[in-house]
Design a protein around this ligand. Structure first.
Ligand code: ADP
Ligand code: MG
Length: 326
């Protein structure tokens, strides 16, 4: 059945049946009324963020399954809340679909959204459905809370720069996916030119990224790595009015990225510096005990953006990540 026959109302009905019944902490009313009602925890600040995914701009159903898409939509939104030092609580989902969209695609998207909200322990509390003239558009608005939100603008000269995990995996995964040329079912490992135990985890990081939990401790500034280390670090430094030096040798490169890059004949550091969608957190903290689960990759300085090699030679670091209009 297609959306055109099913109708928007029955789609909302289905979502309500599937997601509406379950109560979640702090959610007084979810799907079904004119607006959701949440009760914010005492003393916390409210965090709001929204992200859109458009067919043809952000995704192509020839490469990503509807379920992977739904999961990713939730993850990228949760990541923005983590990047503020907060915890995600609830999400609103906007869906616009062409009339000829099949049931399988719609069910797949909702299955992925369900996996995502279950994984992060959040609630789907509302949304909107519309028909679309061209392509699928998904939009999620996320609600979270933080006791003390961590801004991009708080970095100070002398801070150490940390990341929560390996860099470049997702963009290398995208390159492998483009080579493959079609979707991947992680339950049924396909054959390909690059061994699956290398390619699988890298492609998974692109297709189904996991949002990190906000680090605890004295964090001065933070951003999530959605567009690439070089551009996201540039953004953080610009907001803070500071500079940075990254140590090339300290950049965490996974063994899988190292091997896959070699097989592709590419430099793993290009993926790590300029590749997007890792959704690791980049944060700065005063020198001292390293926050748990994070590795230091450099330091904040007064000005300029540089990378130091093993001999301490500096080269300028240019923001080269993904930019929509640039
Ligand atoms: P209204 O016309 O008042 O905006 P709708 O008919 O659009 O109401 O939606 C009815 C209820 O279903 C609302 O609570 C709304 O938040 C929820 N809802 C609609 N679309 C979605 C969706 N895609 N995901 C989750 N909830 C939705
Ligand atoms: Mg509405």
């Amino acid at each position: 059945m297609k959306l055109a026959q099913m109708g928007e109302l029955s789609l909302v009905d289905g979502i309500r049946k599937g997601f509406g019944g379950r109560k979640s902490r702090g959610v007084i009313a979810g799907i079904g009324d004119d607006a959701a009602v949440l009760s914010p925890p005492a003393g916390r600040k409210l965090l709001l963020s929204t992200d859109m995914m458009l067919e043809g701009v952000h995704f192509d159903l020839g490469f990503v399954t509807p379920a992977q898409l739904g999961f990713k939509l939730v993850s990228v939104n949760v990541s923005d809340i983590s990047a503020m030092g907060g915890r995600a609580r609830a999400v609103l989902l906007g869906i616009a679909l062409p009339g000829q969209t099949g049931r399988k695609v719609i069910d797949g998207i909702m299955e992925g959204v369900r996996k995502g909200i279950d994984h992060y322990g959040i609630a789907l509390v509302g949304g909107d459905v519309s028909s679309s003239v061209h392509g699928i558009c998904l939009s999620a608005t996320i609600v979270g809370y933080a006791e003390k939100p961590v801004m991009r603008s708080g970095a100070k000269a002398g801070d150490l720069i940390y990341v929560t995990g390996p860099l470049g995996d997702a963009s290398c995964g995208l390159e492998l996916l483009k080579l493959r040329g079609r979707t991947v079912d992680f339950e049924r490992p396909p054959r390909g030119p690059i061994p699956w135990d290398l390619a699988g985890p890298l492609m998974q990081r692109h297709l189904m990224p996991l949002a990190r939990k906000a680090p605890v401790g004295r964090i001065n500034s933070m951003i999530d790595l959605s567009d690439g280390l070089s551009i996201d670090l540039y953004r953080l430094c610009t907001e803070s009015g500071v500079g940075a030096v990254i140590e090339k040798d300290l950049l965490p490169i996974s063994p899988a990225l190292r091997s896959a890059a070699e097989l592709l004949g590419k430099d793993p550091y290009v993926f790590a510096l300029d590749g997007g969608e890792d959704y690791e957190l980049l944060f700065t903290a005063p020198e001292g005990k390293a926050p748990r689960g994070a590795v230091s990759i450099g330091a904040i300085t007064e000005s300029g953006l540089f990378m130091a090699d093993a001999q301490g030679r500096l080269t300028a670091l240019y923001p080269k990540g993904y930019r929509h209009f640039g």
